[in-house]
Design a binder for this molecule. Sequence first.
Ligand SMILES: Nc1ncnc2c1ncn2[C@@H]1O[C@H](COP(=O)(O)OP(=O)(O)OP(=O)(O)O)[C@@H](O)[C@H]1O
Ligand SMILES: [Mg+2]
Length: 177
Amino acid sequence: MSEGITVTRYTQDEATCTLDIISHGPAQTQRLGMRLGELLRGGELILLDGQLGTGKTTFTQGLAKGMHINEVVSSPTFTLLKEYPGGQPPLYHFDLYRLDEPEEILDLGFEDYFYGDGVCIVEWAGKADAVWGPELLRIRMRVINETKRSLLFIATGAPYCELLRHFQKNTYATVSS
Ligand SMILES: Nc1ncnc2c1ncn2[C@@H]1O[C@H](COP(=O)(O)OP(=O)(O)OP(=O)(O)O)[C@@H](O)[C@H]1O
Ligand SMILES: [Mg+2]
């Protein structure tokens, strides 16, 4: 798949759209997060996956900025969740690195957030793959070299495909300005 091309695939009852982007540095990853954050209205679930130090928190920092959240966003590794209730909508930042069993999420009462009105962004989402519903935006991040990262956006469900198309437009509109 080439950079910046949206490929849309439809199966019988759900849509899957993907967008592949290369980031050339932390500032660009933040900017991508910001462009996505600007489009969020509440109720979205965004899952981030990628090894240590790929840029999941960096992306989330940009996303918070795009949502006009001015607090410092840092990794909630030890607490699993940090809440930013001041946003319109609020932002919930999860980091499941230290999660042992997917079911723990249910014990912690996190499900209420995932199906609530805020925006949820989840680092190490693969740790809880058993609990995710069918409609969400997944971002798979990979290290290419010291400063380059590959970001594969995978939207499932029509509303998330729509969001990804808007994101693509928002990203390219600002690249050329
Ligand atoms: N293109 C890039 N995008 C994002 N970060 C980059 C990039 N190039 C280099 N970096 C560096 O990689 C590191 C990414 O750190 P970050 O905390 O965002 O990763 P993470 O995926 O959240 O890690 P963890 O799994 O520990 O939570 C930072 O030190 C950042 O400066
Ligand atoms: Mg992190």
